[in-house]
Write a protein that binds this ligand. Structure first.
Ligand SMILES: [Zn+2]
Length: 330
């Protein structure tokens, strides 16, 4: 369970309320397609919404606004994570194999135990192997009654066309910056997550995660992994001349698996600084040449994609260049 899922349970995500309401309303009128495909960027709350949608489909006393009542036996079991007619496919994040799909379909073939509906959610549906997709296809073509299958993906182009054509596509748009920041502020205020004090929640850090608020939140969980907060802290230390405190080789080694991300952030940072300099007309011969650094990060961004590139060494060289360019005796 990730931090963002916990957070969305504590502070409700509301930017998809209309979409879910419309789907639930159609379900009430028996007009909802049994195969749904939730499409949208990673980290914006699609899986959380799929879970909420399942709750609405299983609730025994759906409210007039099409939300789950939160009080019936079905809602209780959903909250406890033990609803007998709800299936959440858990994957190892590399591939969804045919055996897993077969056993999920098997579960769906039995009669609903509690609610009249049954729901299967397949997160990261783009990981379906071809065999698994084909096994699923039959169920999508000839569904058992009162069964809903919700596929969730941020890479729908990787799905077989046959799967795509048999599902109703539901597009989830990325929330606005204001919506995201507002929600993140509430999550911080709620304090149930004990977010690290130093976790940056602002426009720039949100942009670093492609505008996806749940990705920003999940970054706080990663112990050794690179987060935008740690990245910016490190850059600032180097820039302010405290680089003696930053062991560049250590940082480069720890971040090598995320080298592409780090380089993109550094590239963007140098670009912003360069533009700032141009605007402020502060560029004098004693100032750091951020355009030059930007060019170097662009070259590194190409290099990092080549097989066989020593990523930690590439990062180390880049940080060293950055240190030399930004911190010298003036
Ligand atoms: Zn209910």
């Amino acid at each position: 369970m990730t931090l963002s899922v916990d957070a969305s349970q504590a502070v409700k995500i509301d930017w998809f309320a209309d979409t879910l309401s419309e789907l639930a309303s159609r379900a009430q009128r028996q007009r909802l397609h049994h195969g749904l495909l939730f499409i949208g960027q990673r980290g914006i709350g699609k899986q959380v919404s799929a879970h909420e949608m399942a709750g609405r489909l299983l609730c025994k006393q759906v409210r007039s606004d099409n939300t789950a009542c939160g009080a019936c036996q079905s809602c209780d079991l959903m909250q406890a994570g033990s609803h007998p007619d709800f299936y959440w496919l858990t994957t190892d994040k590399t591939q969804i194999g045919v055996d897993l799909i077969r056993s999920a379909i098997q579960s769906l073939s039995s009669k609903a135990q509690l609610s009249h509906n049954k729901v299967l959610i397949i997160p990261d549906a783009h990981l379906l192997s071809d065999a698994a997709a084909n096994a699923l296809l039959k169920t999508l073509e000839e569904p058992t009654p009162s069964t809903f299958i919700i596929l969730v993906t941020h890479q729908h182009n990787r799905l077989l066309p046959t799967i795509l054509s048999r599902c109703e596509k539901v597009i989830f748009n990325t929330p606005t910056t204001a919506e995201s920041l507002d929600w993140l502020a509430k999550v911080r205020q709620d304090d149930a997550m004990s977010l690290p004090q130093d976790l940056l929640i602002d426009e720039r850090s949100l942009a670093a995660y492609g505008g996806a608020p749940l990705l920003l939140l999940d970054s706080a969980e990663a112990q050794n992994a690179i987060t935008f907060t740690r990245f910016i802290d490190t850059l600032k230390s180097i820039e302010s001349g405290q680089s003696a405190e930053v062991d560049l080789l250590d940082v480069s080694t720890r971040w090598q698996n995320d080298a592409e991300q780090v380089i993109i952030w550094l590239q963007r940072y140098c670009h912003q600084q360069a533009r700032q300099q141009s605007r402020d007309s502060l560029a004098t011969d004693t100032d750091t040449d951020y355009w030059q650094l930007y060019t170097q990060t662009t070259q590194a961004a190409q290099k990092v994609r080549h097989a066989g590139t020593n990523k930690s060494m590439l990062l180390f060289e880049l940080f060293n260049t950055f240190r030399e360019a930004t911190h010298y005796v003036r």
